[in-house]
Write a protein that binds this ligand. Sequence first.
Ligand code: FAD
Length: 288
Amino acid sequence: MIPGAFDYHRPATIEDAVGLLAKLGEEASILAGGHSLIPLMKTRLASPEHLVDLSGIGTLKGITVEGDDIIIGAMTTQFELITSDTLSRHIPIIAETSRLIADPQIRYKGTFGGNVANGDPGNDMPALMMCLGASYAVSGPDGSRDIAARDFYQGAYYTLLEPGEILTAVRIPIPPPGHGYAYEKLKRKVGDYATAAAAVVLTMAGNTCASVSIGLTNVSETPLWASDAAELLIGTSLDKSSVDAAVAAAEAITNPASDMRGPAEYRTKMAGVMLRRAVERAQSRARA
Ligand code: FAD
């Protein structure tokens, strides 16, 4: 299928992009890698009259360490997340998750910023960003602000981004050395969105879980941060009964749709299975 007609703009700076979006108003859409937006345009579910392509803005790309945080520019591709030495040293779960997104061709073009700004509950990065306690830097006509990933997602395709605002970068606190991590994703085939997925980052003190954070993908209208489930694991040895209780608490906050990936009850149970596997693998990777 062929998208409707549109005008194409390629600003060179964030300021120019913000100015263009303010001038063009509601008829304009931001274009990043295009791997969520263009399919919608081809089926005419989206028909923007203007596309503002961010790919000419060099400052939106790159991965840097700033104190105890890592900053990832919005236009950094999913492929670049996988090949980054900085990320593999400090936050390896980002590469692990990125490898499970779509297929290599999509990851060469699809961007990190597009994945988190899109608001599709099927995207894998949002739940991970909630798990990691990330915050999103955005710029718009009223200036710049930061939004916590845990507050950002309001509903399917509905986020706290205001019209005309651009997500410019994501700030992620580096988890402690020796942390354990795992992203477990059930999908029907390579390249598919998750039937259910779970992100876990934890630290152990001897045999005791000292801290843990849990994110869930594609089992509600928004990505989920499962804080009650995590609380049930802290201070335990991650023994079976503690994990059973955490799994039950995580399943209780899911509200998936019944769709071609399975009935809602199945997807809820698969969220529990993914969480159980992620806790087990994260524990096996943690160094006390
Ligand atoms: P675009 O498609 O260009 O933009 C997506 C939306 O975000 C648009 O509304 C756009 O206006 C907005 N946007 C983009 N960048 C910004 C910004 N910086 N600031 C504000 N708004 C912005 N994703 C997964 O996570 N997991 C999968 O398993 C998966 N499988 C896929 C399978 C297929 C066949 C396809 C086609 C895509 C799949 N995707 C999957 C989606 C893919 O990861 C997209 O690349 C990603 O969702 C969006 O990134 P993008 O750079 O392509 O954004």
